[in-house]
Write a protein of this length. Structure first.
Lengths: 283, 125
């Protein structure tokens, strides 16, 4: 589907140079999009475009100002721990603590196993349920365990990607059933010249995201755009943490979606994935 | 969703790496007539082979159950924006099924009672 482009009434280049926030509203098309284009009408700019696969994007967010450069960081070490109890996912946990208590148990465990990183941020706590269905009828709903998660805010910037996270699963009476921790040690490596937000939108329109989403047709509504860093999958040999523009919003079914786009004027070379064996600790 | 003999004849577990594939899990219940489980996502999900590599690593090297391996593998690979999910034909299969040769595998449910179990989890918390 090719989408026509109209001239913006306000000078886009002028705004881009001044890095003023502008509001983008991106229209939705209801079919899979395989080519990219822009529609701009009046003071707001309805823009429709597709990403790889069949995702359409709607942006309803102010374009933030951006610095000329941002630091990038060298990875000097990676703390990694993967541990699981044989009871995890197998034995019904009848004596689960409250979610509030589970957070306390999780924090105690982290403090006694390598400590809580200074830049760790509480991500959330949720009880995992299994529901027994008979046709459309719910027969029973059983709580299985409680997950507690932490992610990273590095020097005030959000870090996305699974390489800086801790997830702890709590069972009976606060027992730890599973623990996954990946946290990289970083040191300043220099400055990267970065794109402004408008240029990042263009990169997004071209489908040049850090990763591709796969699967069924959906529409993603972006309501927040910010700068951050991208953290690769644990155990992947990531040499540098590079700045990214983060397009955050919701998918058409209400789930959170983050689309990272490299913020550096020059995009980094992709890191090839290679599975690495490691030991898994028994709890 | 209705499946013919080819799907259900001797298929135990299926993983579909696709956004929203299990958001309408009710549509997939017919796929579990004799199959044991279907695993996938209720949210959008990045494409990455890491998930299936970790699933096999846990299931083969550490003899995790199919569900243990999938749950830990998805937490390993993704962050809080991803919600993974699974449906099992019955709870015994959820708790005990291993890959063939890695531990016990529960019997197919025969005759099929039409019931199924659904669970989902965020990949960070």
């Amino acid at each position: 589907v090719r989408i026509k482009m109209k001239t913006m009434e306000k000078g886009g280049d002028e705004m881009k140079n001044k890095k003023l926030g502008i509001c983008l509203v991106v229209g939705v098309i209801a079919v899979a999009l395989v080519s990219y284009g822009v529609v701009k009408i009046g003071d707001i700019q309805p823009v429709s475009f597709g990403l790889g696969g069949s995702h359409g994007v709607v942006i309803v967010a102010e374009l933030p100002e951006a610095p000329e450069t941002m630091p990038y960081y060298r990875v000097v070490d990676e703390e990694f721990d993967d541990a699981m109890s044989p009871e995890f996912c197998r034995v019904q946990q009848k004596y689960l603590p409250s979610e509030e208590e589970a957070v306390r148990y999780a924090e105690e465990y982290i403090k006694s196993h390598g400590g809580m990183p200074d830049d760790a941020v509480f991500g959330g706590v949720s009880t995992v349920y299994w529901t027994h269905y008979r046709g459309d009828e719910v027969v029973e709903k059983i709580p299985e365990d409680i997950q507690v998660g932490y992610h990273r805010v590095f020097n005030g910037m959000p870090v996305v990607g699974p390489g800086d996270e801790m997830t702890i699963v709590i069972g009976n009476n606060g027992t730890v059933l599973s623990f996954l921790k990946s946290w990289r040690e970083l040191e300043y490596a220099g400055e990267r010249e970065i794109l402004n937000a408008s240029e990042a939108v263009e990169r997004l329109q071209r489908g040049e995201t850090v990763y591709e989403l796969g699967g069924a047709l959906s529409t993603i509504e972006i309501d927040k755009i910010e700068l951050g860093y991208y953290s690769e999958i644990p155990r992947v040999k990531q040499e540098f943490y590079e700045p990214v523009w983060l397009f955050r919003g919701k998918g058409s079914r209400g789930h959170n979606v983050t689309l990272p786009v490299w913020a550096g004027v020059t995009m980094p070379t992709p890191i090839p994935y290679r599975h690495e064996n490691r030991s898994v600790r028994r709890l | 969703v209705r499946f013919g003999k080819k799907w259900d004849e001797d298929n135990e577990w299926t993983i579909i790496h696709s956004c929203y594939i299990l958001d309408d899990h009710d549509d997939w219940k017919h796929a579990l007539k004799y199959s044991h489980a279907l695993m996938g996502f209720e949210s959008s999900v990045p494409m990455h082979e890491c998930v299936i590599n970790n699933f096999l690593y846990y299931a083969i090297n550490y003899d995790y159950t199919v569900y243990q391996a999938y749950r830990q593998g998805t937490i390993y690979a993704f962050g809080s924006d991803v919600t993974a999910a699974a449906i099992f034909d019955n709870v015994e299969q959820k708790n005990n099924d291993h890959l063939w040769g890695e531990g016990e595998v529960m019997l197919d449910e025969y005759p099929d009672d039409g019931d199924y179990w659904h669970g989902s989890w965020n990949c960070e918390d």
